[in-house]
Design a protein around this ligand. Sequence first.
Ligand SMILES: [Fe+2]
Ligand SMILES: [Fe+2]
Length: 129
Amino acid sequence: MSMLNIEWSEKLSVGIASVDEDHRKLVSLVNDLFSACFAGVGDEAVASILSEVVSYTQYHFGHEEAFLSARNSPALPAHAEEHRQLTEQVLAIARQGREALSEEVLLFLRDWLAHHIMGTDKESFSPYQ
Ligand SMILES: [Fe+2]
Ligand SMILES: [Fe+2]
């Protein structure tokens, strides 16, 4: 296991089971990406995990936005805007491919994931626990 891996813990729970489930999957995909990069697997394998990260991220953001929208959450507009910016950054990384996956980029991915979950996600979902 690489030092970059995120360990799932209750600290990451937002108190909504379906959202927590998505986050576990997302954490595990990002961990797979770290492992693949450090194991020196082929560029194609890394690209395929990266595209899974991108598509799962898009699915997950859609899920959260639908949840908040169905409840007329006042947090939705700012939350969706943060998702839009994060998606753009992840897509930019994916477009650049394997070469762009420096340790710095991997750390950036890990940190936005953890910060977004523990910040914006927790704040937005806490009223619905
Ligand atoms: Fe989330
Ligand atoms: Fe979110």
